[in-house]
Ligand binder design. Structure first.
Ligand code: URA
Length: 221
């Protein structure tokens, strides 16, 4: 039998083997250092074609031991210029709805499925998602180790839960690969889908209930 065939599945396809957990939990100090190192690597990354058109890569930011994490799709124009996530219009709307739940930016870690802006804000391609999640996002989740993850939009839902859309995922707590998720529409849809306003309101009400249930999510770790 050729040698490759005897390799465990995890080595061949790390994205399929509960990649956000890993073995053992690093100390807070080590995790914090590794998150910074990862951010440095992301800023210099040339592993997929998205690096060619980006201005700045956007690793993500926030509390390194956050109990609540937010994952969007990809940086947009403002984020690409600033090197920071959700600083444009979608970010302002996100801040607004999150404030309604009693949570501020300093309380959570926020990042994206891919760390570089796709040309003309197109949806990231499968290979780009696979490269970026397996190199960076899964490791960020493992190191931050949040109790609750909010997924924003179809790309995040598909990449993290292997479901087809937000409509399939929203309105309930999802346990997947020993992590707890909530999903809602991407905040940018609010600008062209007025009809989703009520559903978004419901989703953030559910988020608020969950945050209160784990009231430790808001307290210092
Ligand atoms: N949209 C996203 O999904 N992420 C950002 O950082 C900004 C806009």
């Amino acid at each position: 039998m050729p040698k490759l065939r005897s390799l465990p599945v995890r080595k061949l396809r790390p994205h399929l083997a509960n990649p956000t957990k890993g073995e053992g939990k690093p100390t807070q100090k080590l995790a914090s250092r590794k998150i910074d190192e990862l951010a440095k690597r992301i800023r210099l990354c040339v592993k997929c074609p998205l690096h060619q058109s980006r201005t700045l890569a956007v690793p993500g930011e926030g509390k390194k031991q956050a109990k609540f994490m937010v994952i969007g799709e990809a940086p947009g124009k403002q984020e690409d210029l600033a090197g920071r996530p959700f600083v444009g219009n979608a970010g302002r709307y996100l801040d607004h709805v999150l404030e309604g739940t009693g949570i501020q930016r300093e309380d959570f870690f926020i990042t994206n499925i891919v760390k570089c802006r796709p040309p003309s804000n197109r949806t990231p391609k499968r290979d780009e998602i696979q490269t970026c999640t397996s190199l960076y996002l899964f490791e960020q989740i493992r190191l931050v180790d949040p109790k609750l993850i909010l997924l924003l939009g179809n790309t995040a839902v598909k990449a993290m839960l292997s479901l087809n859309s937000v409509d399939e995922a929203r309105g309930r707590i999802i346990s997947h690969d020993q992590r707890t998720y909530l999903a809602t529409y991407h905040p940018a849809v609010r600008f062209y889908r007025e009809d989703l306003a009520q559903k978004i309101k419901e989703d953030f009400a559910l988020l608020k209930t969950e945050l209160l249930r784990h009231d430790s999510v808001l307290s210092p770790s």
